[in-house]
Design a protein around this ligand. Structure first.
Ligand code: FE2
Length: 274
């Protein structure tokens, strides 16, 4: 790894061929990893969907994890041969369809670390969502909630998300949310999270299809334009890099500068852009 180049780390994407609604085959993997590498994403933890309830029936869980392992290995072989600059690991995006998921198999966790990527079914927040996150913490694991900005029913009320943070969870916003990929509400919530310093990570949630955008270039442009270059690095390089190492994220400064203000100030002062 070239020490001078910031390594973007993405730990939410669907690149295991044929196991979920992401990559269908190795051709999709080849195309997706090539495009990600071009954008500077050089460390990838890929996270196919996994139903948490499956962990209640250990035989079925092992069967599913083995199936994913096999498909992951074929993708990893391709990445190793064709994109040697990319490091490639495996995790899961675990659906909390039961409140008491068993994360004891390391394959259910991000790169086998203590960190787990979770979501709730149907993009609806169930009652007592915070308790499920506390339970994960109590079990010795670190919950990261995938794309909190995409949940319906928030209506700008971020207290619930504050409760998740109080429960010891971290929040991963999708690149695409910041540029309107999931509509105005998700975009507004994503921006509000950045303004509060509550977004801990930005990831792609890329489903490896040719006709889908990754949105990282647009996010870079937006955040630079808004004067949030520092936040961009915290959320795409530093904190996901810590997740790669199995460490919890560093606190993120609120991205409060009015769009354009920092840029103009820096231009006036002759400083480089953030
Ligand atoms: Fe996902």
């Amino acid at each position: 790894m070239d020490p001078g180049v910031p390594v973007v780390v993405d730990f939410h994407n669907h690149l295991v061929p044929g196991v979920d609604d992401g990559a269908r085959d190795l051709e999709d993997v080849r195309g997706a990893v090539g495009r990600m590498a071009d954008l500077g994403i050089r460390r990838i933890i890929t996270t196919p969907h996994l139903m948490g309830s499956l962990t209640h029936t250990p035989e079925r869980l092992v069967e599913r994890l083995d199936e994913v392992s096999q498909a992951f290995d074929t993708a990893a072989d391709l990445v190793g041969a064709e994109y040697p600059e990319v490091e490639f690991r495996r995790g899961h995006e675990v659906m909390l369809d039961v409140p008491d998921v068993d994360f004891s198999d390391p394959r259910t966790r991000l790169g086998g670390s203590r960190l787990v990527l979770v979501e709730w079914p149907g993009l609806r927040i169930p009652p007592r969502s915070g308790e499920a996150l506390v339970a994960i913490r109590t079990g010795g694991y670190v919950p990261i909630v995938a794309h909190p900005e995409r949940y319906g029913g928030l209506n700008g009320n971020l207290n619930l998300l504050a409760g998740w943070r109080d429960a010891g969870a971290y929040l991963q916003v999708n690149y695409g949310s910041l540029v309107g990929r999931y509509g105005d509400k998700a975009r507004e919530t994503a921006v509000a999270l950045l303004e509060r310093g509550w977004a801990d990570y930005l990831c792609s949630d890329f489903h490896a299809r040719e006709d889908q955008k990754i949105h990282l270039r647009a996010v870079r442009e937006k955040l630079e334009e808004w004067g949030h270059g520092e936040t961009l690095v915290q959320l795409t390089v530093i904190n996901p890099g810590r997740a790669w190492e199995g460490e919890e994220p560093l606190p993120v400064n609120p991205a409060t500068a009015t769009p354009g203000v920092w840029r103009r100030m820096k231009a006036i002062l002759g400083m480089e852009r953030g």
